[in-house]
Ligand binder design. Structure first.
Ligand code: ZN
Ligand code: ZN
Length: 591
């Protein structure tokens, strides 16, 4: 009896290794259906997909069709739909039940992708009501900044692409029928901003290049025509907006409504749960967080307010303690340097606490955000796509130079000494940066390309909590209180998105929820209101992904007991690429 138990852990480890192997090396269990899938939806499929989606291709590091700017007219939409339906039919000729687990996940992602494309072209039809869907700037900007080829090659691609800009905006005008005011205003702002991509900086790039004199002449002509087309679109939108404002033309509501919202949620989030259920969960989570924050505030009160009695109202009390803690922050000029210092500290922590293996060959480069990319203050990861995994990953930190002293102070208070590390955990280590490295290593291009936003954001949000659980921040009440405030923002994003788009939540209710119950500044709350009137569903991705990852982890912990290994869980979870958590769960915890 004692003899057999001695070997039990070894056998168990072997069994686990076999499970992991089965899920990460698809070739070992390749079925005939797998082969058919790979044949049908391999490189040939992707090449055709990129041909139809050249903007997306550029962003993914696939440049073969970078010289194409698709004119977004009825013909292009029909061509997309026809091809989409052909693919969907081919996909459904393959029986997903006959596929091995990893390939079945790809099948499901494509099924969702084709369904989402059909739905957005035939049901959502944002091309009729969202003027901000039309903007040529981003792919052009990438061509000038990504150094995937010599400057001249990229400028010639740029030049070819420029040809269609006037036709592009003519098609936009012909497509728009009943826009919302909010998206009209957004399109005006963003297309005005687009002009910068075609401005003096580009002209000096062309002047300093080895393009021929003839090429330069054409460049100047097309550039002028492109700028005129953008100016014209903006003027046309201004006129349209005036009609919407006066009521001469009835504006569409920016609120998506229950039915469209439920459908969009199903395609974008892919959690298998309803939006309504997530909303209910977020409401409950808000209450849990506030209860914990009140306790933490009681704990901290005597330390920070030794001579005062705490307010009876728990929201007042929490708000006062947070305000006090927010006074401790880096100096305005020291922001970039402080972030630079924190990244190696986070990496050391992750290594020493055995949380996830970091790839030392892909160092993160912290830098000031390049001027042309500075939109909103803060920090963000700029990572290479699946076709260019060797390119450097930058952590862009925007210095607060352009801010008034009041705004800078408000930003610094928000990203105080406890919050700034959480931002770095989320964006960099072990959040987005680490996840993207794993995703680019995933054997499935389909999972990398059709990545699920809720999984990506969910991982970053999960990483924050996981770091605090590991003792980061010395398990201090201050760290947990500020973290809870940050987490509350995620939870409120879900409440807000569903509340506004489905339940008709007002601007006043939004402001009160965010400023009073989530301790945000007026400015932050106003920005969030703006965002929720211009986007939908995306704001729920953070909480939904986070909740699903936590659920999976806790379920595996219960099943595996002492065998559960956090690092192994993280690495296996990340090994599937950016697939929806529901799909990963089916792979890690087959039912
Ligand atoms: Zn200050
Ligand atoms: Zn994020």
């Amino acid at each position: 009896m004692t003899g057999s138990s001695k070997f039990a852990p070894f056998l168990h480890a072997l069994a686990l290794a076999a499970v992991i192997l089965m899920h990460t090396t698809p070739s070992s269990a390749e079925t005939a259906a797998d082969a058919a899938f790979r044949q049908q939806f391999g490189d040939g499929f992707l090449d055709r997909f990129w041909q139809l989606n050249p903007d997306f291709a550029i962003a993914s590091g696939y440049y073969k069709y970078a010289d194409r700017l698709i004119v977004p007219d009825e013909r292009a939409r029909t061509a997309r739909l026809v091809q989409n339906e052909r693919w969907a039919t081919e996909l459904h000729r393959i029986d997903p039940k006959k596929l091995s687990a990893n390939v079945r996940a790809d099948w499901e992602l494509l099924d969702n992708e084709f369904g989402a494309t059909r739905w957005s072209l035939t049901e959502l039809r944002a091309w009729r009501w969202d003027p901000a869907a039309y903007n040529v700037a981003d792919p052009f900007a990438l061509l000038t900044t990504l150094e995937y080829a010599p400057l001249e090659t990229r400028l010639r691609t740029f030049l070819e692409r420029l040809k269609n800009v006037p036709a592009y905006y003519a098609a936009a005008k012909a497509s728009i029928a009943n826009p919302t005011r909010e998206h009209t205003r957004l399109a005006i702002e963003q297309n005005r901003g687009a002009l910068a991509v075609f401005g003096p900086e580009l002209e000096s790039q062309v002047a300093g290049s080895k393009l021929t004199a003839a090429e330069r002449t054409v460049f100047a002509q097309r550039l002028a025509a492109a700028r005129a087309a953008i100016d014209d679109y903006v003027a046309w939108l201004e006129a349209f907006d005036a009609k919407l404002a006066s009521g001469a033309v009835e504006a569409r509501s920016f609120r998506l409504g229950r039915e469209l919202y439920a459908q969009k949620f199903a395609f974008d989030i892919q959690s298998g749960d309803t939006a309504e259920a997530l909303y209910e969960r977020a409401l409950a989570e808000k209450e849990t967080l506030l209860t914990r924050m009140a306790l933490l505030s009681d704990l901290l009160w005597p330390k920070y307010f030794p001579n005062a009695t705490p307010p009876a109202d728990r929201l007042d009390k929490i708000g006062r303690v947070i305000a006090k803690l927010s006074e401790q922050h880096v100096a305005r000029d020291n922001l970039v340097a402080a972030v630079k210092e924190q990244i190696p500290e986070l990496e050391r922590w992750v290594r020493e606490h055995d949380l996830v293996t970091l790839d030392a060959t892909k160092p993160l480069k912290v830098r000031e955000t390049p001027p042309h990319e500075r939109g909103i203050a803060g920090a963000s990861i700029e990572a290479p796509g699946p076709y260019d995994p060797g390119a450097p990953t930058y952590y862009n930190v925007t210095p607060l130079d352009d801010m008034s002293p009041e705004r800078a102070e408000s930003w610094l208070r928000e990203y105080n000494d406890w919050m700034l590390p959480i931002l770095n955990i989320h964006e960099a280590v072990p959040g987005h940066y680490v996840q993207l490295i794993y995703a680019n290593r995933s054997p499935s291009l389909i999972k990398s390309i059709f990545g699920n936003g809720a999984m990506i954001e969910g991982w970053a949000v999960y990483a924050e909590r996981m770091m605090l659980e590991s003792g980061y921040g010395d398990s201090k009440a201050e760290a947990w209180l500020i973290y809870s405030k940050w987490n509350l923002r995620t939870v409120c994003n879900t409440i807000l998105d569903y509340g506004v788009h489905v339940r008709g939540m007002s601007e006043a209710d939004t402001m009160s929820l965010l400023t009073r119950e989530a301790f945000q500044t007026e400015q932050e709350a106003a920005d969030k209101w703006k965002r929720v009137t211009r986007t939908s569903v995306q704001l729920t991705s953070y909480f939904s992904g986070y909740a699903a990852i936590l659920d999976l982890r806790e379920s595996l912990k219960r099943k595996q007991g002492d065998e559960f290994d956090l690092k192994r869980f993280h690495e296996q979870f990340l090994s599937y690429g950016s697939a929806p958590v529901k799909v990963i769960r089916d792979l890690m915890e087959p039912r």
